[in-house]
Design a protein around this ligand. Structure first.
Ligand code: 1GP
Length: 261
């Protein structure tokens, strides 16, 4: 098993919550990029995600620049096959399971599979579920799919479990970048209760309270992008909150083992 997925599983097991900062190559440029990188050097999240449902600027150049400046692992979060870059440390190989558009269920994968395999990048197959975030989002428009309604947690769970049975490694509940409302905590909790895989949640999270609600409901990894574009300094607060989780488990476990031996 390659290292990034293994690290996600290890942290999930000891309830160490994870934060990914999403950088969109179209938004994260010039002064926004400079101030974001400055904060990321001092306040280190678990991962940087790079991508977007619709991008014009090069994913490759942004990854190159980030790798020169920071050590955090970079995970590609592509909107389509054209965003593939072997420069990233890992790739979320996303299937948009909430939709019924074959292009995003398998079409984009066929276009990119051979190049991805040759690159030897770490590939993490991910069931991607779009949840209604209270307003139309780019991913809904670009993918031409309908999100799962916010009150249909049973549909979300059935879809997430289908991802697990199909052999996917992660499930991502996505309200869409800039969503009016994040994925409802009740839905996160319900999906978590029936799923064995690590659970990613993102879209519309703008406050520490919303971050905490997502973690407490069962998200293992939360992805935040939009709010950091206008307020990069918030990265520090979000990183600090994330690091408060699982600290007890981390220190207690070795003590128990020592006692037993
Ligand atoms: C979007 O889940 C991510 O794909 C992050 O969403 O930009 O709204 O934080 P925001």
């Amino acid at each position: 098993m390659k290292s990034i997925y293994k690290s996600i599983l290890l942290k999930k097991d000891i309830n160490r919550k994870m934060l990914a900062v999403l950088l969109d190559p179209d938004q994260c440029r010039g002064s926004v990029l400079a101030s974001t990188v400055a904060v990321l050097k001092a306040h280190i999240p678990d991962f940087i995600f790079v991508g977007g449902s619709h991008t014009i600027n090069s994913v490759d150049s942004l990854i190159d620049l980030l790798k020169d400046e920071i050590k955090t692992k970079i995970i590609l979060f592509p909107g389509n096959a054209s965003q593939f870059s072997s420069n990233a440390h890992a790739l979320l190989y996303l299937s948009l399971l909430s939709g019924r558009n074959a292009e995003f269920l398998i079409g984009q994968h066929v276009s990119s599979s051979v190049a991805i395999k040759k690159s030897e990048i770490e590939v993490i197959p991910t069931g991607y579920l779009l949840i209604d975030g209270g307003k139309p989002t780019s991913v809904e428009y670009i993918s031409n799919t309908r999100p799962i309604p916010r009150d249909k947690k049973e549909i979300a769970l059935s879809t997430a479990v289908a991802a697990e049975l199909l052999g996917m490694k992660l499930v991502y509940l996505e309200a869409g970048s800039g969503a009016a409302h994040p994925v409802p905590p009740a839905m996160i909790e319900y999906v978590k209760s029936g799923l064995s895989l690590p659970l990613i949640v993102g879209g519309g999270i703008k406050t520490k309270l919303q971050l905490k609600e997502a973690f407490d409901a069962g998200a293992d990894l939360v992805v935040v992008g939009n709010i950091f574009e206008s307020e990069p300094s918030k990265i520090a607060e979000f990183v600090a909150l994330t690091k408060t989780y699982g600290v007890e488990d981390f220190f207690v476990e070795p003590a128990i083992n020592t006692f037993k031996s």
